[in-house]
Design a protein around this ligand. Structure first.
Ligand code: SF4
Length: 151
């Protein structure tokens, strides 16, 4: 399946706990002021790759704790995000996902994806609430939600 990405960070230690294969989805419509990654906004930017390339790459690395779906806005490409998340889970990797949506506003079309996400970092980036002390998030309104613990 095709996916439009801005790029990947094959061994990230800042996009969630442990060592993570971070996939930066291309495309975001939110335009949060002070966004850390404006190059990911254009819906036709970045590059098209096949999800199988990404899956092969993260499955090859025995050092990984998991994968992180980030961006950009992963929820603009739900089918590709779901395929990546399922492949990670079946390989024993955990899945973090960053989204500008709050958990309460995640669309029903993403319900299957949510089942395959361990940790959701939700909400828009709000520059006035920026705090450099926060782990794995940029502003205080954002939450690091362990979905399965909450169930
Ligand atoms: S949701 Fe994320 S990528 Fe999109 S504008 Fe806001 S901070 Fe930037």
């Amino acid at each position: 399946m095709e996916i439009r990405i801005a790029g990947v960070e094959p061994e990230s230690v800042v996009d969630g706990e442990g060592i993570r294969f971070a996939i930066f989805f291309q495309g975001c419509l939110r335009r949060c002021r002070g966004c850390h990654n404006p190059a990911t906004h254009a819906l036709d930017g970045g590059k098209l790759v096949d999800t199988s390339e990404l899956i092969d790459a993260f499955r090859k690395n025995p050092l990984l704790t998991g994968i992180t779906l980030t961006g950009g806005e992963p929820l603009l490409q739900i089918p590709a995000a779901l395929e990546l998340a399922k492949a990670a889970k079946s390989s024993g990797l955990d899945v973090w996902c960053y989204t500008g949506c709050t958990l309460e506003k995640i669309p029903p079309a993403a319900s299957e994806l949510l089942k395959n996400i361990d940790v959701l970092v939700d909400g828009e980036y709000v520059e006035e609430l920026r705090d450099l002390e926060l782990a794995f998030r940029g502003s205080k309104n954002q939450r690091v939600i362990h979905l399965h613990k909450a169930r």
